[in-house]
Design a protein around this ligand. Sequence first.
Ligand SMILES: *Cc1c(COP(=O)(O)O)cnc(C)c1O
Length: 830
Amino acid sequence: MSNANNPDYRLMRLEYLTNDAETLGNDYHRYLSYFLGRFQGCPEFYNYEALAYTIRERLMVGWRNTWADYLEPGTRRAYYMSLEFLIGRSLSNNLINLGLTGNVKTALDNYCANLEAIVEEEPDAGLGNGGLGRLAACFMDSCATLRLPVIGYGIRYEYGMFRQRINNGYQAEDPDHWLSDGNPWEIERPEYKQRIQFGGRTERYNDAQGKPRVRWVETSDVIAVPFDMPIAGYKNDTVNTLRLWKSSATNEFDLQEFNDGSYSEAVQAKNNAEHISMVLYPNDSSENGKELRLRQQYFLASSSLKDAIRIWEASGQTQYERFFAAENVFQMNDTHPTIAVAELMRILVDEKGLEWDAAWQITSKCMAYTNHTLLPEALERWPVHLFERLLPRLLEIIYEINARFLTEVARRWPGDVDRQRRMSLIEEGPVRQVRMAWLAIVGSFSINGVAALHSQLLIEGLFRDFYELWPEKFNNKTNGVTPRRWVAQANPLMSALITEKIGDGWVRDLSQLAGLKPYAEPAQREFQQRWHDTKLANKRRLAALVKAECQVDFDPTALFDIQVKRIHEYKRQLLNLLHVVHLYRRIRLGKTENMVNRCVLIGGKAAPGYIMAKRIIKMINSVAQVVNSDPEVDGKLKLAFLPNYRVSSMEIIAPAADLSEQISTAGKEASGTGNMKLMMNGALTIGTYDGANIEILDAVGAENFFLFGLRANEVEALRRNYRPWEYVEQDEDLKGVLDLIRSGHFNQWEPGIFDRVLDALLNPNDPWMTLADFRSYVAMQEQVAKAWQDQERWTRMSILNTANSGFFSTDRTMLEYNQDIWHLKSLSDD
Ligand SMILES: *Cc1c(COP(=O)(O)O)cnc(C)c1O
């Protein structure tokens, strides 16, 4: 190993612990009895804790060695900055990645403990809203598996994503105090705490050399304390780090207040500091605009940059101009951490004493930005007055960046004032605002979208002016998901079957799933029967969950038709619901020819302030109640809304899905990753030509994908003269569906509650144009039913979906980030 002559590293070397079932059992028992002071027969949670510590011990040697390798002088490192990491559970994932699942099962058997039950004790680490946060978690897994020196930076929210309950069909939110019983996977590192400034004012002065400088004074400071979580690579002894910051008060009191006898008030002030990392904002794909959110963003950006600089200086570096950008790269997950551009400038200029131009050279060479959405409501803008009060020095720096940038724009397009206005980092108006996406673009050397269509739409539309200025900055990185969690861990039955046929290389190299293609040939009846049986077993598992959570009976032999994702109008859960009502009408009208038994499952959280999304949840539950209790329906159709959709529920859902609903308005879903999890697990997709659906369609072939609906360019063309009522007039079925809903059939005791939803569908300004796609959706659902009637054909299509899903591994995504943006050396290249 290259750092064998680093004396500290040699001294620190530890022996790996042994991993046979007997030793694992002994260690688990020791933790239970001697660390937690409990006995067999205690509450299950202690078994979970004892097992978690047993596994955590086994990560430590790899963790320390990995750090030692990353701290080698000259190592280039990447820092993934994200306000969200939707991690889910760690125990089962670590067991998979360490290859310990089998031995742990055996070990627990000897103590009459059951692994499945223990796994269920772990709360999800729900530090994210949806796709964006889950992507960050999948990236961490892949970077560790690829042995890339990537460190994740996030916030250790005390309260994660709220828990969703359904009360009389309505969403109710409960706080998720996931840390209340402690978190065995984290280790506090108080020695690496950072001081973060807020408020105050700026002051000009001349330094000892007589050079004019600026300092930020009279600030109210907050301490950022890091908590580290180990991220194990897949069977490679590499353990990367996710470093999450918790805010805490400084040890200083307001002396004046203290001396005035206001002891309680002086202590009270400290409370504010703790608030920063208290709660995750539960908005997906929409900005929030709250002051506390801006505090969170700066808190993350500043503490992470200071930490990265500390690490770099600790490896002996001092020459910023020569080496900093060569050895550090920061990937910003959406605009949320974008204040990092200005913060790095502040640190380099104000604290390290660099000249502006030198600092800008560095900053604009080590920042990279990933855009996640084209929705205008998600574009972050912060009022200038808020910046002025909260981060006065950062605002000055943004003004300076903007002045220099606009000079460049004016030089390139002389006299084009409209373009200068469009591209300015400051939006003029009654309330002047800082445009965070523009700051991210100007400050970054790389800007990427998250699927081919999305990246194309970005440079044609939203980022067009910037693309004309700097075409070389823009690139695409299609998202992925980690096959360790989403296949190996979530679907052990299918994984065993695959491994039996093509070996286990696919877990590390998902393109090897292509080796399954021959098994979709008609001659491979035996394999296909086993594939079908595996899916059936997974469907039984999901049916049990649906029964327990929704009190609805799903017949495992029926078609499982699944839509799980955040509830949002652009994702069009309503279109799905209109189809369910259409099927219900057909049954009542006796028009059931070519219908198949279908169980429709919808799940997802609505942002607490998103009234329309919450009303859609109520509507799903109302329709479900009527459909499921109508004797005429008689098992042909079931509808259930699964409460509290989260990572650990997706681990049950994805392996059990037959049909994956990916039905967003074309041009609106940047990528989607739920679509990939479901495809990998052998679901067929019914989808629009949107986001990564397009790449899924390309990979699996049109004959194995149910494509429908308008394309992005057709949606935009139609927008100018969209007349939704015409679709209703021309379509008896659609008219019948809307009339039935309007009649109050599904809301007999709450009249009128769905009128607003119907009005939105019929509004010519409906941005999601749901009714325009109704007929082609229904027609394609008929093709789905036809395919399902031929079970052998369906199974072959299912195998081909899994076989062609290799591209959607985040291992591929991370290799592309590394080749095109990060240029890190993998530990494996030594
Ligand atoms: C994968 C995942 C998502 C993203 O789903 P999309 O269908 O891509 O929107 C959201 N939430 C959870 C819990 C997930 O696992």
